[in-house]
Design a protein around this ligand. Sequence first.
Ligand SMILES: C[S@@+](CC[C@H](N)C(=O)[O-])C[C@H]1O[C@@H](n2cnc3c(N)ncnc32)[C@H](O)[C@@H]1O
Length: 258
Amino acid sequence: MAFAATWLALREPADRAARDQTLLGQAIQAAGPSPVVLDLGCGTGSTVRTLRPLLPETTEWRLVDNDQELLDIAASAVPSSSIHLLDILDTASLPLDGVTLVTCSALLDLVTESWLRELAASLRVPFYAALSYDGFMKWEPELPLDHAVTEAFNRHQRRDKGLGPALGPDSSARTTAVFESLGWRTEVATSNWQLGPDSEALQVALVEGIGQAASEVGEAGATEWAEQRVAAAPHSACVIGHADILVTPPPEDSHALR
Ligand SMILES: C[S@@+](CC[C@H](N)C(=O)[O-])C[C@H]1O[C@@H](n2cnc3c(N)ncnc32)[C@H](O)[C@@H]1O
């Protein structure tokens, strides 16, 4: 599944505003005094742009994605970073050597639980995963089909997005369960998008995408719903549920990798 740079640019300000600040601060601390940060599924570099001002200038960035076009944009935004065109499914090839923090954003809802288990088995450093969609959506004003479209969209979120049957709205709960089963400390915080009429362009792109996905899984009214939502966007507000997670290894495992 390809992600458009225009979509990633639209969502970046909402993502930045939504991140839980306490967990973000803890992740920055967890990166240590000489951070080496690996960003999985980096896209155009949204996470780097958010974290970089909070970390030392000497921080080393390793950016991983399987989309060369997105990586090219990320590379120009963060010239000092190293760029890795890789499939994250191949966990053995991830450049983990010496890494002090692994991070990602808007990624965990795309992955499977077995991939999470593989990743967890290969990590010995904190993992900060921001902005995973959690299945909750609410609009003001409401429309009669809001609930049905949300249910349909959530079914679509569980389809294979190129990494296997996706965890979708279950990703935070499953991530917590996987890492806790290995003795890691886990912290979860809410990072909902709170969009108002000033985010009209993002709302329009969002409801068009939701409508299309809901149609694909058989929600008959989804197209009309999306048209109504687009028309209402200049005076609508919505909450889109997301969660941030920070997992930290047990003390005896806390050292740089491999
Ligand atoms: C929803 S986007 C999030 C991008 C970025 N982290 C952000 O917050 O803007 C998901 C990203 O994961 C990347 N991705 C999806 N499947 C991948 C895979 N198998 N290996 C590496 N990257 C992948 C996509 O190319 C895309 O950049």
